[in-house]
Each structure stands twice: as C-alpha cells, then as structure tokens.
Design a binder for this molecule. Structure first.
Ligand SMILES: *Cc1c(COP(=O)(O)O)cnc(C)c1O
Length: 478
C-alpha cells in the first residue's frame, strides 16, 4: 500500500472507529450471529488479484460488526472488563506503523527504554517495592508459565534446564486454591510438572485459600518424598474476585523455600488506589507477580505486566544468548528477549504509556473508584432486597448474586434453572450482558462492572432488567 492510500483510508478508518465507539449504545451487546454466519459472507478463495481496500468499510460493517460482541459497551457486565481506551488504540497504530522489533536493546533502543520507564511508573503507581523489575508479556497465562519455569529451576538447582525431564526424579508440587485460574493448571502442564502435582486447596467460606490447609498440604507432600515447589496466590479470583490472604501465605512459602507467585491479573489493577492495597498486604515478599493493565487500566489487549524480584534468575531460566544476538551493549542494557518466551517483541509499552499520559494516575484511579462504588451500590441493592441473595463478598467490582423467590427456597435445582432463565432473558434483551456461572454447585449470576463507558445509570438499568426478568419468569417448581 502506498502512503497516500494509507493516509486516505487511515483517516476513514479512524473515523469509523470513533463512530463505532459513539454508537455502541445502539448495538446489541452480544453478537447475535449463529456459527458459520460470518464465514458464509466471505469468499472461499483468496482474491487472485488485489483490488485495494476501498470496499473494506462496507465489509467491516456487513461482515465483521454483526459478529462482534461489544466488550466496550456500557452494558458489558460479562466475564471481566477488558477494554481499549482510544488512547491505547492510537498507540497500537503507532506500534504497527513503526513496525519495530524490540527483542534486543540494539534492535530499537526506544522499545526497551520506554518499556523500562513505563514498568517503573506502573510499579510506583501500584506501591510495589523498587526491587521488583517489570516486563510486558502478552497475557497473564504466559507470565504465570514463566513464573513456574523459574520456580522449577530454583527448586532443582537448574537440573531441569540442563538435563530435561530426567534431571530430577522427585515430583515438584505446585499449590493454589480451588478457585485459581485455569492458566495455573496450563502452566503446570506446560512446565512438565504434571497435573497430578497441582494441589488445588479447598477454599474457605469466602472462596479464599486457607493458610492452615496450605501448610498441611505442603507437609503432607514433603512427608511423601515429593518436592513442594511453588505457591500461586490469587488476588481477585475469576469466579468471585476472592482474595487469598497473602500476608499469611507468604511466610509459609518463604519458610519452606517455595516460590511465591501472585496472580493479580484483574485485582492488581485496583492497587493503583492506595486504599485498596491492604487487600494484597504481603505482596512485597513475592518472587513474582502478574497483573493485566489490559483488564482494568484501559490499555488494549495484549498488555500484561510481569514483575520479578530476581531478574538474573529469570534471565538464566529464559535466556539462550546465541552469538548472532550478542551486541557490544549487552553489559549495560536490558535485552528483553531473555525476559520471556518469544524472541520477537513488538512495541507494546506505547499502549500503557499513552493511557497513563492521557489519563494521569488520577484519571485511572477515578475510573477504578467509580467501578468499585458502582459494584458497592449493586451489592447494597441485593442485600436489602428480600428475594435476592449475595453469594460472595465484593472486594473489587464483581457482584455474585441470584434470585431466590419464596416458592423455590431450598430447591437448588429449580433455583439453578430459574436463574439461568433470568440470565438468558437479560442477555437476550441486548442492552446488558452478564455471565452465569456455577460456583461450588450453586448457579449464580456474575455482574462484572467496569467497562470504560459503564456509569451508575447503566448498573441501575441492569438491576432493573434483572428484577424485570425475575418478575417475568414464572418460577417452575421441580
Ligand atoms: C484473566 C485472568 C487470567 C488470565 O489472563 P490472560 O491474560 O488472558 O492470560 C489469569 N488469572 C486471573 C485471576 C484472571 O482474572
């Protein structure tokens, strides 16, 4: 494409994106296409001769948009907030426009140094100690894999790295709560530790990891000749945003020489507000930590922040140092290729840099506080409405609830069907989208607040929609 065509189409596409964000309110939150609908609108074969992109806006409207579920919609209450502030959209454009690889300092010094500075900014915004060094990964899943690889090498004195899976014969064991994210299991599998060696410790009544049970599980494995290797504590679990008691877990890990990794993918973002930091007391002693600014700080996916206490250990675990990548500057710079899995790295730091510059720390704090206040408002409605039940504490921005009408009390199966029907009715309405979920056998409705344009009025609207749906659904006794 020539720059003159890029300029013209680029302006049109920026306009299209801006208009899209402005008219989100009019679109149904959840895509209504059926499987195969999008595919059916595309030719089976690629065009033999290129005919330019002049049709592309028509196709974005006709083919793509109907198949999009709008995560930036004000009625987005599903899964988790994951949004791309428009400042971050611009940063992505710049990153692609520069088209630079930041694998070494030398391959584009600005890629590394902007990332260094932005990760230091974020560290101080979160109140983390200066010993932590940060690097950007694509996703929390990748960061957690890196953490468990580091834990594995520390526990085996680098035997796995040198001798492979035959290098250590006692199984290495990883501990997390039964509410931990599936990425922990995936990391255990990919690190060659084996799913049998992941202990998902039963959580307490608030879905948090009980330190006593953790200590007991570690003693049990040690007595059986296995090697306890790492503890993954979660700050803000996926289902209910439960918070594991880090201050009590950290000494258990430290005293027994276990790696402590903190999965704060969503919850870590809340720590830019000092009043939330008691939730992760003890974090300063962690060996590694991940949080996703692409979840609740406005940076577009993929921007996951991974912090480690001992970067040399990370580099020794992940680095390979082939001759063709060595440069004369290696002694005085960070070569971020050695801080993660892929060699190539695009200029993702721009996304966070743009967002922080545009919003400032205050702007980002305001947004987190707004979302937490809106969640607290909904929690109060549930607590003061006789037929509704709150199913978990609300430490962050997710409210877990269900409707319990008089006629169905005590009939779990009927309650599950009843609440699923409510979720379907709300979601079918097109203005709000929430995720039903089953936690410890209980069917609940998860209202995850925090899309960028979601204001109190939208949460009020969702609460009205929930009540209306509950009234409209005739409770069927089983
Ligand atoms: C979202 C989430 C993850 C996974 O994040 P990715 O960046 O998509 O890999 C892991 N843990 C928790 C607690 C999460 O909320």
């Amino acid at each position: 494409m020539e720059s003159k065509d890029f300029r013209r189409l680029g302006h049109e596409l920026v306009d299209w994106i801006a208009d899209y964000r402005d008219r989100l309110d009019e679109l149904p939150v959840m895509s209504r296409v059926d499987p195969g609908d999008v595919r059916a609108l595309m030719p089976a074969d690629p065009p033999e001769t290129g005919d330019g992109l002049d049709q592309v806006l028509v196709d974005l409207e006709g083919i793509v948009l109907p198949g999009i579920t709008h995560w930036n919609h004000p009625g987005w209450l599903a899964y988790f907030p994951s949004n791309t502030d428009l400042s971050s959209v611009l940063a992505d454009l710049v990153s692609s426009g520069l088209g630079a690889q930041g694998m070494n300092w030398q391959t584009s010094p600005a890629c590394t140094e902007v990332e260094d500075v932005v990760m230091e900014w974020l560290r101080s915004m979160l109140g983390l100690p200066d010993e932590f060094s940060g690097v950007i990964h694509d996703a929390a899943s990748t960061a957690t894999l890196c953490a468990l690889l580091c834990a594995r090498e520390r526990a085996t004195g680098f035997r796995q790295e040198t001798a492979g899976l035959t290098g250590h014969d006692a199984p290495l064991v990883v501990y997390a709560s039964d509410q931990a994210h599936s990425s922990i299991l995936k990391a255990v599998m990919l690190a060659g530790m084996g799913r049998e060696n992941l202990r998902l410790v039963e959580t307490d009544s608030e879905y948090a990891l009980p330190p006593d049970a953790l200590a007991a599980a570690i003693e049990h494995d040690t007595a059986a000749g296995r090697v306890p290797c790492a503890v993954v504590a979660t700050i803000g679990t996926t289902a209910t945003t439960a918070v594991d008691p880090l201050a009590d877990i950290a000494p258990i890990a430290r005293d027994r020489g276990l790696w402590l990794h903190v999965d704060a993918a969503l919850g870590g973002c809340a720590m830019i507000c000092p009043e939330n930091r008691p939730l992760w007391n003890g974090v300063e002693t962690a060996d590694s930590l991940v949080l996703n600014p692409h979840k609740w700080l406005g940076a577009g996916f993929d921007l996951s922040a991974y912090y480690v206490r001992d970067p040399d250990h990370l580099i020794r675990t992940m680095g390979t140092d082939p001759s063709y990548l060595r440069t004369s500057r290696d002694g005085s710079v960070r070569n971020l290729r050695d801080w993660g899995i892929p060699l190539g790295r695009r200029f993702r730091a721009l996304k966070l840099w743009f967002v922080i510059r545009d919003q400032g720390v205050e702007g980002l704090q305001r947004r987190v506080r707004r979302d937490m206040a809106n969640a607290a408002w909904l929690r109060e409605q549930i607590e003061t409405s006789p037929d509704w039940e709150l199913l978990a504490p609300v430490p962050l921005q997710t409210v877990c609830l269900r409707h319990v009408p008089e006629a169905l009390r005590g009939d779990e199966q009927a309650l599950a069907i009843h609440n699923l029907t409510i979720a379907d009715a709300v979601n079918a309405g097109g203005r709000y989208c929430l995720t039903p979920s089953v936690v410890r056998g209980v069917q609940l409705l998860r209202v995850s607040i925090g899309a960028l344009p979601t204001e109190l009025e939208h949460v009020e609207g969702a609460w009205a929609a929930l009540r209306q749906a509950a009234d409209g659904v005739r409770p069927a006794t089983s």
